[in-house]
Design a protein around this ligand. Sequence first.
Ligand code: ADP
Ligand code: MG
Length: 231
Amino acid sequence: MIKLNKLTKVYRTDEIESTALNEVTFDIQQGEFVSIMGPSGCGKSTLLNILGMLDKPESGSYEFLGNEVGHLNEKGRSDVRKKNIGFIFQNFNLIDELTVFENIELPLLYNKINASERKQQVNALMEKIGIAHRANHFPQQLSGGQQQRVAVARALITKPPLILADEPTGNLDSSHGNEVMELMCELHEAGTTIVMVTHSSHDASYSGRIINLLDGQIVSEKQNKLAQAAV
Ligand code: ADP
Ligand code: MG
């Protein structure tokens, strides 16, 4: 599904150049659940943003479903993203002016799902993820953990084939964190490909493969046989 070859990203400000990703190469097969781990600042979010086509690399290639992403224009990338990718942002990126219901509904609107279907799907997911009682609240009226759950629901609502999750349990207590991870496992078992950035080795233990980044480079990779056996 994903093929990266020598992907490099350099951030430039007036005087400083910093290499956030340095020749990162790996493949992710359809249906895999992969964790990306590493210390703060090692390039995890940069990598996920490029996978989500929200940012562009300096050099190297990124093939998604057999197509070179670098050859797509802005609209092409946006179309591929809306159709295939659910993104859970580290900082949520919820829309302050929209209610919880409306935030979760948005991707269904983009995909032109009719109103009654939208209502039914959003209500069912809000119920499942324990946020239904906040349907008409705005993001600023929610705790960090509740905002995180809305962000997760918004990424899952269209059942995209690829979920990219940037520290999806980072703002949750352990019981809500485990609920999010159980949801991830359910999606994975249903065939969704998941790439998750995490600090937590507990969360990573749910995934089938762990990629360790350090200073923008892959330093090690290991299969997680226990998680694979569980699927
Ligand atoms: P992580 O998610 O692993 O904590 P990031 O991908 O956010 O790391 O950042 C990797 C490196 O790139 C860091 O050194 C960070 O300071 C730098 N960086 C990230 N985003 C920007 C940006 N927009 N402009 C300049 N430097 C950035
Ligand atoms: Mg990050």
